[in-house]
Write a protein that binds this ligand. Sequence first.
Ligand SMILES: Cc1cc2nc3c(=O)[nH]c(=O)nc-3n(C[C@H](O)[C@H](O)[C@H](O)COP(=O)(O)O)c2cc1C
Ligand SMILES: *[C@@H]1O[C@H](CO)[C@@H](O)[C@H](O)[C@H]1NC(C)=O
Length: 257
Amino acid sequence: MAHPDAEINFVKAAAKENILYMPALFATRTIEEIAAEKAEGQVTFQQLYLSAENDTETEELIRRTEESGAKAIVFTVDSAADGNRHRAARYDVGSADSSYSSFTWEYYDKLVKMTKLPVILKGIGSLADAELAAKHNVPAIILSNHGGRQLDGAPTSLEVAIEIHQKNRDLFTKMEIFADGGVRYGSDVLKLLALGVKAVGLGRPFMYANIYGQEGGERLIQQLKKEIALDAGNLGCPDLRKINEDFVDWTPKQCVN
Ligand SMILES: Cc1cc2nc3c(=O)[nH]c(=O)nc-3n(C[C@H](O)[C@H](O)[C@H](O)COP(=O)(O)O)c2cc1C
Ligand SMILES: *[C@@H]1O[C@H](CO)[C@@H](O)[C@H](O)[C@H]1NC(C)=O
């Protein structure tokens, strides 16, 4: 949407700035085209949409993902139906994943046996589902409401992370919990990390930055790194590995007139 070189700019910018890139299955460029541009030793995860009804298609996607050298599969589970997107409709922009899909935990258990790669779940939106993921030995989950593009009113990843923190904070140590959606400033990153989130993702900011190509992607990462460092400094946290829940006051405050 933003640049003729599309995702090639992202894989290169991620390598240059040493961050993880997760290309989407429905990217402009194919899994193979993006993988071919990876730097020596560069780690990527591959996002996939799967169909529970067609194992042949799933096996084919898993084979392509494994051959691309991706280190994990990111299985998106939060778009069971096409999203109602009124503004997109006005501009006649469709959704990449427009078919209905339905998954069960039994399907997840079957899926992990089809690949040697870890299968991460993207789009967990409640404490209950995070607990079920841990029960099914999911190595990592991404708290996400798909950038608010699927269901109006779906909780943000920050709200779900707070719910996990309040009711079952041990979950943050039982598996890796990542989060995305609305992460724009260094302080957004720090709040999530303080709760126990291990990594955060950004979607739209990279799409906008790509108007300036690879350079735009690099600039975005540099700017965010700088913001994280400055905000961590002001927070009194000189070592990000030591950030923890005590750095933020999570108690709900009463409104006083
Ligand atoms: C244009 C666009 C396309 C997206 N396509 C996918 C997709 O194919 N698969 C997926 O798992 N998420 C997709 N997402 C959601 C992102 O992966 C991510 O969860 C979201 O953008 C994070 O929120 P943010 O944009 O506020 O950072 C898409 C988001 C946007 C804006
Ligand atoms: C399942 O996927 C394969 C590979 O993409 C395709 O050839 C086949 O037609 C699909 N089967 C059904 C029933 O849709």
